[in-house]
Design a protein around this ligand. Sequence first.
Ligand code: ADP
Length: 373
Amino acid sequence: MTSQKILVINSGSSSIKYRLFDVHTNGRKNNSRYILLSKGLIEKIGQKDSGVENHKQGIAMLLDSLVHGSKSVLKDHNEICAIGHRVVHGGVTFKKPTIITDEVISKIRECFELAPLHNPANFSGIEACKELLPGVKQVAVFDTAFHQSLPEHAYIYGLPYEYYEKYNLRKFGFHGTSHQYVAHEAARLLKKPLSKLKVITCHLGNGCSIAAVKYGKSIDTSMGFTPLEGLVMGTRCGDIDPASVIFLADKEKISLAEIDRVLNYKSGLKGISGISNDMREIKKAANKGNRRAKLALDIFVYRIKKYIGSYIAAMGGVDGIVFTAGIGENEKDIRAKVVKGLFGFLDPAKIKVLVVATNEELMIARQTFQLVR
Ligand code: ADP
């Protein structure tokens, strides 16, 4: 039995989430145990009076706390075997987790324009670790990678093909690490290999997306070129007629940047209800009879149902429907409303509805360890 430590870093624009795992192996592949040793969050990076000026300082603090903190879990940093980083966008270049080299770094930089809010922040974490722990192997795990198996007919939009050729304007899909993790967990719970199952995974958090996972591969997913497409989310609109944007720009006399803010931050549950992006608040208001809160709920559920129906058609059937993330894991009524009706035409004995707590950090640790072991 050997044991190795894997650090997982999720570096956002103003925060760093981390987890340290101890991986116990007995030599056999796929037979490792991941024990969580430490987890934490560094917030308000770059903000006045926070005491954390930048990502490098934040990571230096967390590394220090792992050795010298009140709950010290390492004797020294040499014990860290590898670091797995969450990177939001891997474009068309990264189809799987990848060991970070100078060449990989420059390719991740090329993906900045695809995720201008996320990738630079993820990258700051990589750069900081490279400087602070120069000898330690680093791995990038991309949110988009799991969906790189989508067939062309699912990822090409009905736009002039030249825009795809010139700019890679196509569906990418996100939350890939979560969809992959819960699909694997579903197979484990169903006691069947994932390669023999058709699974629909519903990640319903603040951001929401659904994936059709056929025989272990994502064949379609609701988010698109950006995370805006698909389901109605906390503050994002999901699918709308693209011509609405042109109409709005004209009527409201607002810039494209302002419309972008409307679609991403003022829409979804928040925009429809006029109350909140938080499902718990929406439910409270709906229970008190608030019409728009009830409407927001109905739209939220209806959209999920439509996607599930379309993915059953796309896969030619389904063995399991998996719910995960804040709403998926905790909101029993929403799950019930979504699946109600499906069983009128599908055999309930053949379709399992599962709730699986997502664990993207564990998935990143696993993928990192598998690459560096
Ligand atoms: P994020 O996408 O920010 O990670 P989460 O997965 O935490 O989001 O999901 C947040 C959503 O989950 C909110 O709409 C919240 O209302 C809903 N939710 C419902 N019940 C719970 C609960 N018991 N704990 C946390 N979130 C919950």
